[in-house]
Ligand binder design. Structure first.
Ligand code: FAD
Length: 385
């Protein structure tokens, strides 16, 4: 682990302490595992247990359901601090907090909250299952179906690219109860790994965030009690849209953290590596590159923190969240690429962290809405103002 990149932006003393505690945890517990987990495409189960012990798997969930009772903003800080060391671990925590638990908190009834939130905060990983083979950006064209049968629904369908699916026990699964009604038939269901007919399919091999599992989820006539419908029947589209609006601040924060990690590594290396009898950092050309990286990171940080603070304050934040994800994923790619170049040839080989940050950065422009989808949201909202 290199010198941690500290936020320049104003944080309260409590927020600073929290950020520092997650950075310390990441340095001590995650750093030694990063290379091996990337190489083996495997998330270390003992590390996942430690994430639960640290309270990072239920940051915003009130204490009565086993969570830390903290803010969305602190979840965003944790995602950033983790991504400075390993964006794969960061996205595991991100999906748990900003998508899965967030949905339970906002749309779960008492039964769902009481049954699942203590498990999600205590020991069970959650997954968010929206994307299908033929519906990604056009998510509501999903083919997964749910047919009413007494006090159950019977679900059949296939999801792809599902983060955390290998580790998860609890799945928020979107299916259509009335395909003729189009998106107004989409309904959110809570599924469990051991339900008959439920199966995890192929695990994808990936360019980056390789320790994070990305799998197919196969659902073959799974009987789900009606009590496991989240929110109203036919209103799942609203849950999907609104959780993703919030979730993308998490991805923005993951990309912000990644940029911070790549920057810190490049800065450290530039001070250590000597060419022409001086450290690289003494060349103005390198100083300008470092200044450019730090400036863009700070710009992304302000946007990410602003979106998260707006969300916590109950203010409109959707446009700002889309802008933050767009900007942070762009900055992550820029910083990871330039950071790698500062390492020269060593940037291209696996003994140094730069190449992994570069590979990991690419996903930021793709998941939880591609950059084009963010631009579409921003454009629509600007035109409606
Ligand atoms: C590692 C990984 C993890 C993921 N995790 C999850 C998860 O946990 N849960 C989940 O449900 N999904 C997950 N996804 C899926 C992810 O959200 C989708 O891949 C993403 O939304 C894009 O969908 P698509 O791959 O079908 O691309 P497409 O929708 O086919 O898009 C292809 C290209 O066309 C562009 N495009 C599409 N429509 C338009 C348009 N109207 N205007 C302009 N351009 C357009 C896109 O921007 C993109 O460049 C994950 C994906 C990956 C790779």
């Amino acid at each position: 682990m290199t010198t941690p990149h500290q936020p320049l932006t104003t944080l309260s003393e409590d927020e600073k302490m929290f950020f520092q505690s997650v950075q310390d945890f990441a340095k001590k517990e995650i750093s030694p595992l990063v290379e091996q987990m990337d190489e083996s495409e495997h998330m270390e189960p003992a590390l996942v247990e430690k994430l639960f012990e640290m309270g990072l798997m239920g940051i915003e969930v009130p204490e009565e359901w086993g969570g830390a009772g903290s803010s969305f903003f602190n979840a965003i800080l944790a995602i950033e601090a983790l991504a400075q060391v390993d964006p794969s671990v960061s996205v595991l925590v991100d999906v748990q907090n900003t998508l899965v638990e967030n949905a339970f908190l906002r749309w779960g009834d008492d039964h769902l909250k009481k049954t699942y939130l203590p498990q999600l905060c205590g020991k069970k990983v959650g997954s968010y299952c929206l994307t299908e083979p033929n519906s990604g950006s056009d998510a509501f064209a999903m083919k997964s179906k749910a047919v009413e049968d007494g006090d159950h629904y019977v679900l059949t369908g296939k999801k792809v690219f599902i983060t955390n699916a290998k580790e998860a026990d609890i799945f928020l699964y979107f299916a259509n109860v009335n395909p003729e009604a189009g998106y107004k038939g989409i309904t959110a269901f809570v599924l469990e790994r051991d339900m008959p007919g439920f199966e995890i399919g192929k695990k994808e091999k990936k360019l980056g965030i390789r320790a994070s599992s990305t799998c197919e989820v196969l659902v073959n006539e799974v009987r789900v009690p009606k009590s496991n419908v989240m929110g109203e029947v036919g209103k799942g589209y609203k849950i999907a849209i609104e959780t993703l609006n919030e979730g993308r601040i998490g991805i923005a924060s993951q990309m912000l953290g990644l940029a911070g990690g790549a920057y810190a590594a490049a800065l450290k290396y530039s001070k250590e590596r000597e060419q022409f009898g001086r450290s690289l950092s003494q060349f103005q050309g390198i100083q300008f590159q470092i200044a450019e990286m730090a400036t863009r990171i700070e710009a992304a940080r302000l946007m990410v923190y602003n979106a998260a603070r707006l969300k916590d304050a109950g203010q409109p934040f959707v446009k700002e969240a889309a802008m933050a994800k767009h900007m942070a994923s762009d900055v992550a790619e820029f910083v990871a690429s330039l950071g790698l170049e500062i390492f020269g040839g060593y940037g291209f080989i696996k003994e140094f962290p730069a190449e992994k940050f570069y590979r990991d950065a690419k996903i930021g422009k793709i998941y939880e809405g591609t950059t084009n989808m963010q631009l579409q949201t921003i454009g629509k909202m600007l035109l409606a103002e």
